[in-house]
Design a protein around this ligand. Structure first.
Ligand SMILES: [Zn+2]
Length: 348
């Protein structure tokens, strides 16, 4: 058993104590997405002394991340986030086993990435496609899942406790149509909102690991500018026809609902097909992409030259989105990069 002295101030809390601290040391957490939410959650969980933290992230550290992604410094620019996070967290608390996977958390990959017993799944992602994979994994294994999302100065969190609360799919049956909702890459994000959402997440995760029966049951929405917090009791929102937590059909985990990609060899491009039909509001998308590069639009498509800023191995790339939601990402041959760019700029 690791030395518990460093946790003295936390063990003073009657709800934790030495027994709780030992319980945390025997626990495992899967955290998917090492961006802003993931940075803060991971830091809190590792400092609190969870036994094992598994990190999964598909991106690399970019200059525009440093405003809010508190695990990274300028020295990490260009490094895979999962690996940079692991290095930092190992320096924070060498008593925690931190495992890093530089990978896309797709339905196909999820089971392998989520190896071993897990006490809670934490959502640090920026898109609903990955969240619904996490939700499927949580319900299929009966492991709690703590969702959070942040855009602008607004944040939302909800804890899914399989069998006791609605699951994410009870409330969000499918990701919003591509291009229909703002993302952090189009609408921006206020750093303090991220920390508040992640604090809520880490608190729920720790209470679950400590065996507190109370977490879950609320959807919490907050806006920090101007400040406002709302809590909704969602315990009655379990859908009788939910395909996931009632029907036990795990569409996202099985990959049948996944975004499909095709590498366009010879063109240094990848085609991304949306997960569902519904089309894209092209003029609105053109407006949101405007701040990110030169935009050309016509009645059939929107094209944006994203320059070298997107994490595409440093190279410039361009994003062309058609009215049916299909997109071509030029400047890469890697499907996971193309999916990431699609999720960030068009939506999941
Ligand atoms: Zn459900």
């Amino acid at each position: 058993m690791a030395d518990l002295a460093r946790y003295h101030r936390q063990m003073l809390l009657p709800r934790i104590g030495e027994a709780g601290q030992r319980r945390l040391a025997g626990s495992s957490v899967l955290l998917v997405g090492c961006g802003a939410l993931g940075s803060v959650s991971a830091d809190l969980l590792v400092r609190a002394g969870v036994g094992r933290l598994v990190l999964v992230d598909r991106d690399v550290v970019e200059p525009t991340n440093l405003q809010r992604q508190t695990l990274y410094t300028e020295a990490d620019l260009g490094a895979p986030k999962a690996e940079a996070a692991r290095r930092r967290l190992a320096a924070v608390n060498s008593g925690v086993r931190v495992e890093a996977h530089v990978a896309d958390f797709t339905g196909d990959a999820a089971d392998d990435l989520a190896e071993g017993p897990l006490g809670v799944l934490v959502d640090g992602t920026d898109n609903f496609e990955t969240r619904l994979v996490l939700n499927d994994l949580a319900v299929s294994r009966g492991v709690p899942f703590v969702y959070a999302g942040v855009v602008g100065a607004c944040g939302t969190t909800m804890t899914v406790v399989p069998g006791r609360t609605p699951c994410l799919r009870c409330l969000v049956d499918a990701p919003p149509p591509p291009g229909s909702t703002p993302t952090c890459d189009t609408a921006g994000v206020f750093g303090p909102t991220v920390v508040m959402a992640a604090a809520w997440q880490a608190s729920e995760a720790l209470r679950l690991l400590l065996g507190d029966a109370a977490p879950g049951g609320d959807l919490v929405e907050f806006d920090l500018w101007p400040p406002r917090v709302r809590r909704f009791d969602v315990r009655g929102s379990r859908r009788a026809d939910c395909p996931c937590c009632v029907g036990r059909r795990f569409d996202y985990l099985r990959g049948v609902a996944a975004t499909r990609t095709t590498t366009l060899c010879g063109r240094n491009a990848v085609q991304v097909l949306p997960r569902r039909n519904g089309g894209v509001d092209l003029p609105a998308l053109a407006g949101r992409l405007g701040p990110h590069g030169a935009v050309a639009a016509n009645e059939f498509l929107v094209r944006c030259e994203l320059g070298a800023e997107p994490a595409d191995g440093g190279g410039a790339c361009s994003l062309t989105v058609f009215g049916d939601g299909r997109a071509i990402v030029s400047g890469t041959l890697r499907p996971e990069r193309a999916r990431a760019i699609y999720a960030r700029y068009v939506g999941s």
